[in-house]
Design a protein around this ligand. Sequence first.
Ligand SMILES: Cc1cc2nc3c(=O)[nH]c(=O)nc-3n(C[C@H](O)[C@H](O)[C@H](O)COP(=O)(O)OP(=O)(O)OC[C@H]3O[C@@H](n4cnc5c(N)ncnc54)[C@H](O)[C@@H]3O)c2cc1C
Length: 514
Amino acid sequence: MSSSAEEPVQHVRVAVVGSGFGGLGAAVRLREAGVTDFVVLERAGSVGGTWRDNSYPGCACDVPSHLYSFSFAPNPDWPRTFSGQPEIRAYLERIADRFRLRPHLRLHHEVLGARWDAGRTHWELDTSQGRYTAEVLVAAGGPLSDPVVPDLPGLDGFPGEVFHSSRWNHDYDLTGKRVAVVGTGASAIQIVPAIQPRVGKLVLLQRTPPWVMPRMDRDITAAERRLYRLLPVTQRALRTALWAVREGQTGMFTKRPALLRLAERLARRNLDAHIQDPALRARLTPDYRFGCKRVLLSTSYYPALAQPNVEVVASALKEVRGSTVVGADGSEHEVDAIVFGTGFHVTDMPIGERITGAAGRTLAEEWKDGMVALRGTTVSGFPNLLMVIGPNTGLGTSSMVLQIESQLNYLVDYLRRLDATGSAALDATPEAQRRWNEEVQRRMATTVWSTGGCNSWYLDANGTNTTLWPGTTARFRRETRTVDLAEYRLVSKQAPSAPAAADAPAAADARADA
Ligand SMILES: Cc1cc2nc3c(=O)[nH]c(=O)nc-3n(C[C@H](O)[C@H](O)[C@H](O)COP(=O)(O)OP(=O)(O)OC[C@H]3O[C@@H](n4cnc5c(N)ncnc54)[C@H](O)[C@@H]3O)c2cc1C
């Protein structure tokens, strides 16, 4: 329920939206920087983001846990090299306790709208449980938090069970059922082997086959865990090694895709080793270059597809007729349940429609030709808005937590600069933002994501890659270490009598010359 204008308004220095890795990490870094006047607004009833919402069978990270965790909170007790969702969720819950974040959490607070008030130089937020104003807004609503279920003819009339991978219905027993799994992305390839042994029949609707490499997953032994606890330096060394390997591989994806041929041969061998049927093998062989779409890791996906109760339909789902799913190839399959592994609103993130900048336009309107930001974090015309995992910050090969931590460095320096300059806000200049994005897109041109001959979720409706960072995480870390005031317009605090509408009257705003 939206709040009324008469409700009391709570003012905070910083409002953080979301409590996944991004929002919780922001909260930790804010406290560490001495900022305690902040809230974390979370629409759900608990923290964890991705790792709260995705509880499907088989859900696990695909970047090793020792790298897919905060640098400031190593977990010596990860049970597996690629830990499962329950462990990652529990880790994030522990972060909330250990760093005393609970008093800042406002659960069941969905941010319905955020509007920059240029007169008062603050953000006005409308949440499902009241109004807030904030000097700074940190948008950590997540790049993969709003599921996409395709709008298919006949889906409403399907008499069976339907759910998305990120909204798993644990009350529905799949045992013996005929189940259609739609999609072959990172979630679907974890779901398929997890449910195949207990379903009666599994129909996999595959628009495009992924490249799949074996996942070197294993239990982490008690002795190893003891070692990490007693000698934390060993765990740090392991993390560094995991990071360095991925950094070393980045150039193949971004500059020299031809070098990925060897990996492509290994992936093909992985397919050949598990799939004997030539027709099925042909259906599972990608027709685009390795790396163009996210490379998936699994040792159990192909063996599951080779089982007699699985049928791979090399076609998208076109429509539903009663209890029959119909592929674009015309094939028909009667099922009891449909599981959508069809991904998320990535290049059209819903929070974009809820954030309104200085000129009265929403982020979504601002981004109608494609998402852009300065250093993936700030957006011209949206003063004091910092995004976590904003445009072109995603990774194809390494841990998103590294990128998040880089952006949190930027956030902390941003607040320091605000204090140091005595300004009410910083607003990225259009020129700085344009320069940054031109450079990002120039580097994007040589990547396998642009040249590999696929159509991936990394690309927006115009075919522009607005999601991935075309470089190493070390480079992104350098680029976001400090805020360069020359890239910003300083917005002064307005005198109470000043006209409220002025977005940026030249007289009121001192152009940074630092
Ligand atoms: C199944 C799955 C597996 C993944 N595995 C990996 C992996 O192995 N390695 C990797 O690097 N990345 C992985 N990712 C990507 C993952 O999303 C990021 O690594 C990371 O978890 C993102 O954290 P976040 O805080 O930015 O977003 P999220 O974790 O999505 O958190 C966003 C939070 O914001 C809240 N929110 C959104 N809108 C609002 C609103 N309007 N008001 C209030 N609250 C709101 C949501 O409820 C959510 O809690 C995976 C993603 C998925 C879906």
